[in-house]
Write a new protein. Structure first.
Length: 299
């Protein structure tokens, strides 16, 4: 391929992205950032580049991040034990203190990366502006400490940041009615925030390719699912492991107004751009019944 062919190929990529840029210009997209893409520095850089590009072409991105692996590392580092019940971390007061410190550290590191790319960013937690109000969450009927279930989202501070051209980076910490601090599952936080701001898209970066029709067969990856199909997969026992609560969250988000939810493999460099701006995408898009399908039929 000669130099002109190379340049023409680049132009074709931009033309393919054009209808998506037009459709989602000035629309809010929530990116739930977690998994391996948070601990691999090269992947982290590429995710942030993707989000910054979304911002610069006219999207209004919001990052909601986790930090479970980093919290576990620091809990071990200070000589405390890590215990889980039903997949949720038992969070006593000392563990909550460590979790909040770690999540704020992660938060500001992401803000710094975004700033290096020339975009204004502000890192906040769900405590800021009383954004995330929670009740205590039980796991399998057990009290697991300061783990919160979101009951209310006040998006005023998010809208203020977006209106002033900042890219919000949110860590999943909330408060109860007595102003106690609680850790929140980042998937839950991303879904609740996406609903509260009427996001056009909610994108999950995970450590798997997407949703499989057969959870034991990676060749059964599904490109697009309408709401009814997603519910059938869950009811039919086709979804297992960590994907079950994630897909349930996705369904709930769409029922409450989010237009499209994308589940994609964050281990693939520039996965956000590939999923959002190309005809074939790379993960699974979940959409409401009757919504426009974007991807080509042979995917």
């Amino acid at each position: 391929m000669n130099n002109l062919d190379n340049e023409m190929a680049k132009a074709q990529v931009l033309i393919e992205a054009l209808p998506y840029i037009q459709k989602f210009n000035r629309k809010i997209i929530v990116v739930k950032y977690g998994g391996s893409a948070m601990v691999d520095e090269e992947l982290k850089k590429k995710v942030i580049e993707d989000v910054v590009l979304l911002k610069l072409v006219g999207f209004k991105p919001i990052i909601v991040h986790g930090g479970g692996k980093e919290i576990s590392r620091w809990v071990d580092k200070v000589g405390m034990e890590t215990n889980f019940v039903g997949g949720l971390r038992v969070t006593d007061a000392p563990t909550m203190e460590v979790a909040e410190m770690v999540l704020n550290k992660v938060n500001k590191s992401l803000v710094n990366l975004i700033s290096q790319l020339g975009v204004k960013s502000v890192g906040i937690s769900g405590k800021d502006g009383g954004m995330l109000k929670v009740d205590k969450k039980l796991s399998q009927g057990q009290d697991i400490g300061f783990v919160g279930e979101i009951k209310e989202v006040d998006p005023k501070v998010i809208y203020t940041l977006l209106e002033n051209d900042f890219l919000p980076v949110i860590c999943p910490i909330g408060i109860d009615d007595s102003f106690n601090t609680y850790n929140i599952n980042a998937d839950d936080a991303a879904c609740a925030i996406a609903r509260a701001v009427n996001a056009e898209k909610l994108a999950f970066l995970t450590d798997i390719e997407g949703v499989y029709r057969d959870k034991d067969d990676p060749d059964t990856l599904i490109s697009e699912l309408v709401l009814d199909e997603a519910e059938e997969l869950i009811n039919g026992g086709c979804i297992g492991g960590g994907m079950l609560p994630k897909l349930t969250n996705c369904i709930d988000a769409i029922r409450q107004g989010v237009s499209r939810v994308h589940i994609m493999d964050g281990r693939i460099p520039h996965c956000l751009l590939l999923e959002i701006f190309t005809n074939k995408g790379i993960g699974t898009a979940i959409l409401n019944k009757g919504a426009e399908r974007f991807y080509v039929a042979d995917k």
